[in-house]
Design a protein around this ligand. Structure first.
Ligand code: CMP
Length: 238
């Protein structure tokens, strides 16, 4: 398997507004954003396209303009675990650029996606020229490390209900829509994917979701999951 090399490139609609919504570029003025826009390339991917392949050498950083991607690691039998899901304004591919090692995970488009790609040399130059971008990047990497710490604690110390609750809360943070204390997750991943994330079986995920529904924490309507009170659910299970 190789990373998809045939995305379509679209140069007709060049503007910088998509970069204004990227938190790591938030402090930059328009002239700087224009320079960044010229450095990179916009690419379109279809659902299921592999953008980055685990263990390949990294040559670029990607910023999501639209769509969603999943960050996954796969074992020798092809089983995968989702580490995170990213949407518009978020970036990935920085790890191998910063430490010079191979890609730490694969990245796959979960839906039609448009990405902005910056080559390694240009990205490193950008960090040197704009320390505020480097500081924002460190802030985001710290947030990701905190999430990974929570995940390690959950997998090592929590029982099945805590581990499944943690996965639901992670999905809420990644793809949920927050409204007045409630969170709606429109497209809940497959229960097998959630089981791999929680280190448990698909049957246990199903059992726990139904337990949380009975307890009044969740509602499930087809593929749409609602957490009735995010803070309360978090307090009870994390
Ligand atoms: P890189 O290793 O270059 O390619 C895969 C990318 O996936 C990696 O950079 C990060 O951007 C992202 N990634 C890897 N592990 C995690 C994680 N635990 N949480 C969020 N993103 C990750």
């Amino acid at each position: 398997m190789r990373a998809s090399t045939h995305p379509t490139t679209d140069c007709a609609t060049r503007d910088v507004s998509f970069l204004e919504n990227v938190p790591i570029f938030a402090e930059l003025e328009e002239p700087e954003l224009k320079k960044i826009e010229k450095l990179g390339l916009r690419k379109k991917y279809k659902k299921g396209n592999i953008v980055v392949l685990e263990k390949e050498m990294g040559a670029a950083l990607f910023v999501i303009i639209s769509g969603k991607v999943k960050i996954v690691r796969t074992d020798e039998d092809g089983r995968e675990v989702i580490l995170s899901i990213f949407g518009p304004g978020e970036f990935f591919g920085e790890m191998s650029l910063l430490d010079g090692l191979a890609r730490s995970a694969s990245v796959v488009a979960l839906a039609k996606a448009e990405l902005f790609m910056i080559h390694r040399r240009d990205f490193l130059k950008l960090l040197q020229e704009h320390p505020q971008v480097a500081i924002s990047l460190l802030g985001e990497l710290t947030t990701r490390l905190r999430k990974a710490d929570t995940q390690i604690k959950s997998l090592s110390l929590k029982d099945a209900s805590g581990r499944v609750a943690n996965v639901i809360l992670m999905l809420a943070d990644d793809i949920g829509v927050f409204r007045k204390g409630k969170v709606e997750i429109d497209e809940l991943p497959l229960q097998q994917d959630m089981a791999n994330m929680a280190g448990t079986s698909r049957e246990t995920v199903s059992r726990m979701i139904h337990q949380f529904i009975r307890e009044g924490h969740l509602q499930l309507d087809g593929n749409k999951l609602t957490i009735n009170d995010y803070e309360e659910f978090r307090k009870q299970y994390l």
